[in-house]
Design a binder for this molecule. Structure first.
Ligand code: ADP
Length: 903
């Protein structure tokens, strides 16, 4: 076996030489902090380049690569050595060549034609080849390299991986070569990290950036700065030194905002990282483009921006908005905004901006709940606060477990039995003993994606006891197609949490394992057999692409193609789909309460949030669906025609349903004028967003109605008959939004609310007024929506839906002048308040409600309330908008104070 000495990374573990990396804590890409391969985590930077040897002489750390699960692991050891290789000629030659000519003179072994040779040439060459690659990386990491060299080295490693890839099938010692392949790949990964850091390291500017970022509190630590720089560089295909400081700053601050509580399920590849500019949008064709605006079904509801799918190669006239309007449509780029989203935006009049605070939309990673407070009322982002409640594997299990204990295994037992370590270690031990160790288990990090750190195990000793992990019962008898295991990726779109509106996309992905399934214990270490992640299987030599969305071939199908296949096998697909819908609704409900609470606390307008989830489901041999996990940043990577066929329409439908308005930054006269030309048929004078439509506050009457139905008339027979009588303005606003949204569903099927979804009401933590309202609405109008729409239109013609409580009208209006509101003076504040104004206004109003003597105390109570209960106060929540619990508490306190004061 090959044993290769390479320079160890300098992290204080082994290597005395000075570290070349920039990360503050530990730069090793294999280290727990340094990115790379968390699944190989350990207390040391022990997972250097995996140069394995069964009988390595200097073994210091045991290393188990993902492909070495099971028994094979104990035979393999990985060594670190700080000495440079004193190996034989290939590497030596290579080194010399490198020093002389840079990386251009790489060994002929790296040539693509090499694979053939490898296949027939046996393992000796391959090992030499492998050594060569290892050494390149060692060199790179030990010396300051220039970009070209890194590029070439990267190419060499890529070639090396490709050669090994092709060779794997033909070699006698396959396991060994898979390891080699894995090793090269990991080096590539490491190189990618390293090169990006090197790029950002070289210019002084970047260093300064990091320093300033950290000291200004922009960044939590230098890692984030580096990550931001890396992401920025990757995204824009540039080196960090070519990027402007402001851009880096922006990206760095984005990195800070984007909490990595939950991993992203995304395979970023080169094509996804290319920069799109406005120019590319003009070259993007416009054939068949419809009007750039989409009208609401209702009067006095401003139009929405129409999103259009990019069409390759078509030509025609572009349907654009006037420059004054386009100027306002800014989309803030995040390092992870998928290409398919960017292309759709550019075809839909949006400008992609790097630095701007007045953006209208963004598509990024999930961020910490408190940061949602900073989203303005006219901004929209692709997450709700708190969705980690279902997006983390441990939280998801806990939430479902809670409901299982309440409603039974039959209702909520669709997730394989899971233990969250280290808390559940004792329970796991008991379960383990019950099965006498005959069961298989799968261990996963609680918040990662793409198969990272996942292993199938069957021995107690294989389970790390102290690390945070989930250990899950392994579904050992999956439904197989052509002998291979597969899982389903379903796309679930939640447009609102209270009321809950869930849509399930009618297509999705079927991801196959690339090696045929076997139930043998000895096969448990084969990730290509037991895991179905694309990120893993694409590296397998057996992996076959499928470019055709309708074909049942290769290792990726569309869900629609699977339904056709299963129907041909005599499977009742409708029944299976119904079970999937049931699973999805219950999964979302399991996190509803916590998410809704965080939305109430941190989000100031119903306009601001929506979220797309990727739900992974495995079918067992009886076609029972098992929930594996929920991704809150599902991959929208769409390089292949098959991916494009699913994700293109998905993104377009999704953005249209989300309903983007033009920000309210144009004078009314201009809005009217533009509307006349752009949409003469419009039933409104307002072109721009009207915040009142998404207002979260309630008038007294509205609050009273809600209280009545949630406290007294929550039985279905009671509310069905009554709740639609005397619709409030707030009711109308919700129904109007939902009806407009439904017209854009396209491939999305609404699975909650439906006329039958009332059976799920019992699973909520308490009666939900809006869900009751929608239940009644769907029951009455589901089969024929027109009377319902006409009813709402009658209200809208009267501008009834724009009535918002008097106090709030001052605080939150972007109303049009003709609108009658409940405001006595009909006063209109400017759409975007200055911070001073919004800070002092509630106090002013509040203080006016109390006698002079009571005011100081009222102020005091207000301050306390702000501090403890009302995080959104500064975001213009008016008093009446506060949740009734806090409202009651504060009122009681104020009442007491007033009384004692006057006494
Ligand atoms: P990740 O978020 O890393 O993708 P998953 O939970 O989706 O983690 O698991 C990755 C893969 O492992 C799945 O696609 C599936 O093939 C397999 N897998 C996960 N859990 C189980 C299980 N309980 N039984 C059988 N296979 C599983």
């Amino acid at each position: 076996m090959a044993y290769v000495k390479v320079p160890a990374p300098a992290h204080g573990c082994q290597q005395p030489t000075k570290c070349q990396h920039l990360s503050s804590s530990c730069c090793c890409p294999y280290s727990p902090n340094g990115g790379g391969f968390p699944e190989w985590s350990g207390s040391h930077c022990s997972r250097s380049r995996p140069h394995c040897s069964k009988d390595a002489p200097h073994s210091e750390y045991e290393y188990a690569s993902p492909s070495m699960m099971g028994d094979s692991r104990k035979n393999h050891r990985c060594t670190l050595s700080s000495s440079l290789p004193v190996d034989d000629s290939p590497s030596r030659n290579y080194l010399d060549a490198r020093h002389l000519n840079g990386f251009s003179e790489v060994s002929p072994r790296s040539s693509p034609g090499r694979s053939e040779n490898l296949e027939h040439g046996g393992s000796k060459d391959a090992h030499a080849f492998m050594r060569n690659s290892s050494q390149v990386l060692g060199e790179i990491q030990c010396q300051p390299c220039v970009g070209d060299e890194l590029g070439k080295a990267s190419q060499m490693l890529k070639d090396s991986a490709a050669s090994l890839d092709q060779g794997v099938g033909g070699w006698p010692d396959r396991q060994c070569f898979r390891l080699e392949l894995e090793a090269v790949r990991s080096q590539l990964h490491s190189l990618r990290n390293h090169s990006a850091i090197s790029f950002s390291k070289q210019p002084q500017e970047s260093k300064r950036m990091r320093r300033e970022g950290c000291s200004a509190g922009l960044l939590p630590n230098a890692n984030a700065a580096s990550a931001a720089a890396v992401a920025a560089a990757e995204l824009h295909g540039k080196r960090a030194r070519e990027l402007s400081p402001s851009f880096l700053e922006d990206m760095s601050s984005a990195a800070e905002h984007e909490s990595s509580d939950v991993a992203i399920d995304e395979d970023y590849e080169d094509d996804d990282c290319q920069t799109l500019t406005d120019e590319s949008s003009s070259s993007d064709s416009a054939q068949g483009m419809e009007s750039p605006l989409r009208m609401s079904l209702f009067s006095s509801v401003p139009p929405y921006v129409r999103f259009q799918m990019p069409v390759e190669g078509a030509q025609g006239e572009e349907a654009t908005l006037p420059p004054e309007v386009r100027r306002l449509l800014k989309w803030k780029l995040s390092p992870i905004t998928p290409l398919v989203v960017r292309r759709t935006l550019l075809r839909s009049n949006f400008r992609l901006v790097k630095t701007s605070s007045d953006w209208s939309g963004t598509w990024g990673k999930h961020m910490k709940s408190a940061l949602f407070t900073s989203i303005k009322d006219n901004q929209k982002m692709n997450h709700f606060p708190g969705t980690f409640q279902i997006g983390r594997k441990d939280r998801l299990w806990r939430n479902l477990q809670r409901l299982t204990s309440k409603f039974g295994q039959k209702e909520f037992g669709f997730m394989p039995k899971t233990f969250v370590l280290p808390q559940d270690l004792r329970l796991l031990r008991q379960a383990w003993e019950k099965t006498c160790g005959n069961e298989r288990w799968i261990i996963k990090p609680p918040a990662s994606a793409r198969g990272t750190g996942i292993r199938v195990v069957h021995r107690w000793s294989q389970i790390p006891k102290k690390k945070p992990l989930v250990v899950q019962k392994y579904i050992a008898q999956p439904y197989l197609i052509n002998g291979s295991k597969f899982d389903l990726r379903l796309y679930v779109f939640v447009t609102s949490v209270d009321p809950l509106r869930i849509y399930l996309f009618d297509d999705g992905l079927v991801r196959f394992a690339s090696v045929k399934y076997s139930n043998e214990m000895s096969s448990l270490g084969d990730r290509y057999m037991h895991l179905t992640n694309y990120s893993i299987n694409k590296n397998s030599a057996q992996y076959k692409q499928n470019e055709d969305a309708d074909a049942c071939q290769g290792h990726k199908w569309t869900v629609k193609a699977l339904w056709v296949y299963l129907s041909e096998q005599g499977v009742d697909v409708t029944k299976l789909w119904a079970r999937l819908e049931d699973l999805v609704v219950k999964t979302i409900i399991s996190g509803e309460s916590s998410i809704a609470t965080l939305i109430r606390e941190h989000v100031s307008s119903r306009y601001c949030c929506y979220e797309l989830f990727g739900v992974d489901v495995l079918l067992d041999e009886y076609l029972n669906p098992w929930l594996l996990e929920v991704n809150i940043s599902p991959s929208l990577h769409s390089s292949s025609p098959l991916d494009q066929a699913v994700k293109g329409p998905l993104v377009c439908n999704l953005l249209n349903m989300a309903g983007y308005h033009i920000p309210h930054k144009l004078p009314s006269s201009m809005q009217k004028e533009f509307l006349k030309t752009l949409a003469p048929e419009a039933k409104t004078h307002q072109l721009c967003l009207d915040n009142r439509l998404y207002y979260v506050g309630l008038s007294r009457d509205e609050a009273a109605k809600q209280l009545y139905f949630t406290k007294e008339a929550y039985h279905r027979e009671d509310f069905l008959g009554q709740i639609l009588q005397n619709l409030t303005a707030d009711d109308v606003r919700h129904l109007v939004q939902a009806e407009d949204e439904l017209t854009q569903a396209g491939g999305f099927i609404r699975i909650f609310p439906t006329p039958y979804s009332h059976r799920y009401h019992q699973f909520f933590e308490g009666p939900r007024y809006y869900n009751m309202l929608f239940d009644a609405w769907e029951t009455r109008y589901h089969s024929n929506r027109s009377p319902g729409i006409s009813l709402l239109e009658d209200y809208c013609k009267e501008k009834y839906h724009l009535n918002i409580p008097a106090l709030s009208a001052r605080a939150k209006s972007s109303a049009d002048p003709d609108t009658p509101t409940e405001t006595a003076e009909g006063s209109r504040a400017s759409p975007v308040h200055s911070s001073e104004e919004s800070d002092t206004m509630p106090e002013r109003i509040f203080a006016q409600s109390f006698s002079r003597a009571a005011r100081p105390m009222a102020q005091q109570a207000l301050l306390k309330a702000k501090k403890h209960h009302f995080p959104c106060w500064r975001r213009n929540y008016c008093f009446t908008a506060l949740s009734s619990r806090y409202l009651k508490a504060t009122r009681a306190r104020l009442f007491q104070m007033t009384k004692s004061n006057s006494a």
